[in-house]
Design a protein. Sequence first.
Length: 271
Amino acid sequence: MSSKQGVFQELAALLADVQRHFPHWSQREVVTQIRRSMAEYNQGVWELALPLNRGESSLIKDYRERFAELRRRAIIEERLDLGHVFTSIDVKQNVDVIRDAYASWAGDLGTHVLANYSRQTQSSVGEADSPAGLEDLHGDIDGDNIGRHMPKGEAIRAILAYYLGDETLMNGVTVGSRYQIFARDLGLIDRDGHFNIDREQVRFALHNRTREFIALDEINLDAHEPLKLLKDLFDTHEHDQVEILLDAALEQFLSLIAAGVERERNPLSNA
């Protein structure tokens, strides 16, 4: 395929090829197999989010390599990690609505908090040196948007409609309104696009979901020895420090969403 093709057009071609090669796979299974093909989304840390959906991918080498290259290009060209997109959708279509956030934005925000807790230099949500970098969060938000609005059993159609700008399948849910859709689903803005003055209810929900991830997961912070289960951390004097870092991360996340909404609503002012 011509290298001049855009990432999303090439993604469409890859997904069509996979479906032709594996005609017995449902659209849901295609998403699962792609998620399983990425090693970092099939390790022990995912036992929490994917307890019933483990296993190796059956994708052939060619498709794995093509997706890996598309993922690399999307990070550079679109500031988007497709790995987070497919993982978020796969978890959403396979587990309950509480744990799906662990494999998406709550997991990234929680890991960001733990990273800041373990080091002296602090990063901000959305920055390149944060585990909740902009490319990862774009993938989380897109996966959440697609997973919430896709017709049942039509994950592949929904992914392509979202990224190719087809507004008919999901009533206008496309990447062009990424932040507005996410903010509206969170309850941050109303149908007319006006921000709610009181963000505390939304912030409370974000806090609880992210704190659950931190408390339940076991993270390998130093790449050598796993930290103890972090629920124990909340019974120690470090509790207040973790809460402070979490509060800061959530405020940065909400500010990032607000800025994204403003850019989408007033694209010319940001040209």
